[in-house]
Design a protein around this ligand. Structure first.
Ligand SMILES: Nc1ncnc2c1ncn2[C@@H]1O[C@H](COP(=O)(O)OP(=O)(O)OP(=O)(O)O)[C@@H](O)[C@H]1O
Length: 309
């Protein structure tokens, strides 16, 4: 459905997109995951032909995307980062207005607007003005305006930034529902938990490049980390740290503020082996836990830095 090849975008001296390649298939919930400034919004703006780029090609629905690709644009719903609704209109009127840009039949539109209101959980707020809504509800209104016409492709740019957990869950569940109803979704975020929760495929962006892509499982199997063991409130000497480093399957270790974090490759009995060592040294410790790799581990192993802010 979407093919981006060798996309280069500069803002003056800054290289925002560095030969970006992406392919998105119909039916996917495709996650663009990357830290702030990695180029997610720039990529979307190029994709929508809202921004000129320096090099590369973009195809949407099998055709080159240009500012005049109205036929393609009609099939796309966009929810950008900044809330864009009319202050002087009610919730209902806002959704109806945006829907009317695509759907002229009044009866059909009425049904679509009602559906969008239910979808966003705005039933009790139809007559309210945007300024009477909380931040989370306002974001939900912004989304309802972007999706009411049931587009074939929906693009959402960080729709959960600064929203309460209840609205966040509602938004994530709603996106999955839109996908079940037939829309392909592109979803940008810097929250790895969100892409893990809803995305069928993920591209990880850093400095305008796609550094890895695949399903969450595929991405995690690309890296060495199979397990991370954390031990809190533990007092260790340097020689003990060296001995832990030398244990089988341990490939990296950090020790800060009496918290030991050990990265291990996937193997049986990793956890027990470490506990045995601590026991043999008569070391006391607080909480101990083991975690499977996360997308942050993927990012960390490829780039050497944390995905989190
Ligand atoms: N209009 C602009 N002029 C100059 N530099 C820009 C402009 N827009 C973005 N940038 C820079 O381009 C880089 C990519 O920005 P972009 O907004 O695409 O990243 P992002 O991954 O969407 O980040 P965020 O999550 O903060 O929105 C950043 O270094 C940003 O500062």
């Amino acid at each position: 459905m979407i093919k981006i090849e060798n996309l280069v975008k500069r803002y003056g001296d800054l290289l925002a997109l560095d030969h970006l390649n992406l392919q998105i298939k119909e039916g996917e919930i495709f996650g663009l995951l990357g830290p702030n400034g990695s180029g997610k919004t720039t990529a979307l703006n190029c994709l929508l032909a809202l921004l000129k780029y320096d090099k590369g090609t973009i195809e949407v629905f099998g055709k080159p995307m240009t500012p005049a690709s109205y036929e393609s644009k009609r099939q796309i719903g966009v929810v950008l980062q900044n809330v864009a609704v009319f202050e002087q209109m009610s919730v209902y009127e806002n959704i109806d207005y945006f829907c009317s840009l695509y759907v002229t039949d009044k009866e059909k539109r009425k049904a679509l607007v009602e559906e969008a209101i239910t979808f966003a959980g705005l039933e009790d707020f139809r007559k309210k003005r945007p300024k009477q809504l909380s931040g989370g509800l306002l974001r939900r209104l912004n989304i309802a305006c972007g999706i009411a016409h049931k587009p074939r492709l929906i693009i959402l740019d960080e729709p959960t930034v600064a929203v309460d957990p209840q609205s966040r869950n509602r938004i994530l569940e709603g996106i999955q529902e839109l996908n079940r109803q037939g829309s392909t979704i592109i979803y940008t975020t810097h929250y790895m938990e969100e892409v893990e929760q809803i995305c069928t495929r993920i591209a990880i962006l850093d400095h305008g490049r796609c550094i890895a892509s695949g399903t969450s499982e595929e991405l995690k199997s690309m890296i060495k980390t199979g397990e991370t063991v954390t031990i809190e409130a533990v007092a260790l000497r340097e020689e003990q740290l060296s001995e832990i480093r030398a244990l089988p399957h341990v490939f990296s270790l950090t020790y800060n503020d009496q918290t030991l974090k050990i990265s291990l490759s996937s193997a049986h009995h990793n956890f027990v082996r470490i506990l045995h060592y601590l026991e043999s040294q008569e070391v006391t410790f607080g909480r101990v836990f083991s975690e499977l790799p996360t997308l942050n581990d993927v990012f960390l192993e490829i780039t050497g830095k944390e995905l989190r802010d």
